[in-house]
Design a protein around this ligand. Structure first.
Ligand code: PXG
Length: 465
């Protein structure tokens, strides 16, 4: 099927899009002026736009297309489920086979006793569920005053009122009166950006201990939970110092609070294990999932909890919460097929043993570029920091993101979708990426950085030039 021949010319599509479609995280006037990129089809790790231009998808969509594009098995699983039972709900003591099977499959895959899933349709919904779940959990134990959830600056947990409040993104909090009450934030473990002269491990401990101080400040009897991404994704792929997570775990174990790991990006193979908590040796009480659970082919999210948490919840009467699409049968059927492919094709082992070590070597070498301050990866998520003076970890004398945006635009021109978070460049490609494709990705990234470097030099932004 030739989709390219089957649509309106790009300019007309862009005009219609700008006229009627309100986009997430996009300025409407810029959209009108420039027009959106129109993606028409995709195969493997390659996207095609409405002009027929091909681009390597270094972001797996939005960190989600883990098995790559064009897997007919998922389309067939969806079609078969739609024919058999397109919809039914899971409220009021009702269930169906796809939800049962997926909940069991997730229990088998998740480490420890994370054996129970409350389904949603996105990471945002799942994190909203988590806010209500942890408060319900403590109320059920006669501690209704344990309400506060501690999170971190520059974390991302979603876009709904609750999940955006959990998140620590200042531009998001600046709109719509966020955060909601009962959410507190501590500093992020970003040594490169905020560690100054400290040793990374010393800084990791300092940031972890902010949690203990915050618990003391608020009173342990007021704190319900701490939520964090094992590795911050949207915040710029911030890999915490090695000292950070063991100390967070110690603090959570020492105090009566629940630990929620937000695995929306790290889950389902991204870090070289099924879950990021295995890579970083974290033992949470709850875990948020979404994205890679269906490889983004259909929406699905969920909150997973341990046996101990489930036991309390199960004894607490009705949980007055749920979504029409909690455990949607088509989403569950697609998730099951996606998980079968990840398991049977050995994609987690491919990441761990082949792709991640290769990426670490190649991506790490980008640090040789004169404008790259650090270049690091873990599994198949990687980032680098653009800097005008790399030895000083300096920032540019223009608003953060100016050079990053240049680099992203150059990257698109060179046929690579790479994202910028301020002046950090990030990638998170589909797990099926080969070593040769990693070589191409990194070559294009280098060229994109080089073009942005040329621009920065011409603007006098590079120190010592
Ligand atoms: N938790 C984490 C850790 C996420 O990364 C969510 C929750 C929310 O999931 P939903 O399905 O509601 O979007 C996310 C989503 C970006 C970007 O540009 C990142 C996300 C979403 C959109 C854009 O980095 N992460």
């Amino acid at each position: 099927m030739n989709m390219i021949a089957n649509h309106l010319p790009t300019a007309e599509l862009q005009a219609l899009d700008a006229a009627h479609h309100l986009h997430p995280f996009t300025a409407g006037d810029e959209l009108k002026a420039k027009g959106a990129r129109v993606i028409t089809q995709a195969r493997g790790i390659t996207l095609t736009d409405s002009d027929g231009k091909e681009m390597m998808d270094g972001m797996a969509g939005l960190w989600c297309v883990n098995i790559g594009y064009g897997r007919d098995e998922l389309a067939e699983a969806a079609a078969a489920q739609m024919k058999q039972l397109p919809y039914y709900n899971t409220f009021f003591q009702t269930t169906h086979v796809p939800a049962i099977s997926l909940a069991k499959q997730l229990a088998d895959l998740a480490p420890g006793t994370l054996n129970h899933t409350f389904f949603a349709s996105s990471g945002s919904e799942a994190n909203d569920t988590n806010i209500r779940l942890v408060r319900h959990y403590w109320a059920a134990q006669g501690k209704p005053e344990k309400q506060v959830i501690i999170s971190r600056g520059n974390s991302y947990h979603g876009s709904s009122m609750g999940s955006a409040s959990l998140g620590g993104m200042e531009p998001m909090h600046a709109q719509g009166g966020l955060p909601i009450a009962g959410i507190e934030h501590i500093g992020q473990p970003d040594w490169y950006g905020e560690g100054g002269d400290m040793d990374p491990d010393e800084f990791g401990l300092l940031r972890a201990r902010e949690l203990e101080h915050k618990i003391a400040e608020l009173g342990e009897d007021k704190v319900a939970a701490f939520i964090a991404e094992p590795i911050q994704g949207a915040g710029g792929v911030i890999i915490p110092p090695a000292s950070y997570w063991p100390e967070i775990q110690r603090i959570c174990d020492a105090h009566e609070i629940l630990l929620i790991a937000d695995e929306v990006i790290c889950g389902f193979g991204r870090t070289g294990n099924w879950f990021g908590i295995e890579t970083l040796d974290i033992r949470p009480d709850m875990m948020t999932i979404a994205k890679g659970v269906t490889s983004g082919y259909v929406p699905l999210g969920g909150s997973m909890v341990t046996d101990a948490v489930a036991e309390v919840l199960n004894g607490a009467g009705d949980f007055n919460h749920g979504y029409t699409y909690s455990g949607h049968p088509v989403s569950c059927a697609v998730a099951l097929e996606n998980l079968r492919i990840i398991a049977e094709e050995g994609l987690v082992a491919h990441v761990r043993d082949t792709a991640a070590p290769h990426l670490a070597k190649k991506w790490g070498a980008l640090a040789d570029h004169p404008m790259v301050g650090e270049a690091r990866s873990i599994g198949l998520m990687a980032s680098l920091a653009l800097s005008p003076d790399k030895t000083a970890r300096a920032v540019f004398d223009v608003p953060a993101g100016t050079v990053g945006l240049r680099c992203r635009e150059a990257s698109f021109d060179l046929g690579l979708v790479m994202r910028h978070v301020g002046d950090r460049m990030v990638i998170s490609p589909p797990l099926v990426i080969s070593e040769a494709e990693i070589d191409t990705l990194v070559e294009r990234a280098w060229q994109a950085i080089d073009r942005a470097y040329g621009w920065a030099r011409s603007e006098g932004l590079i120190k010592g030039d």
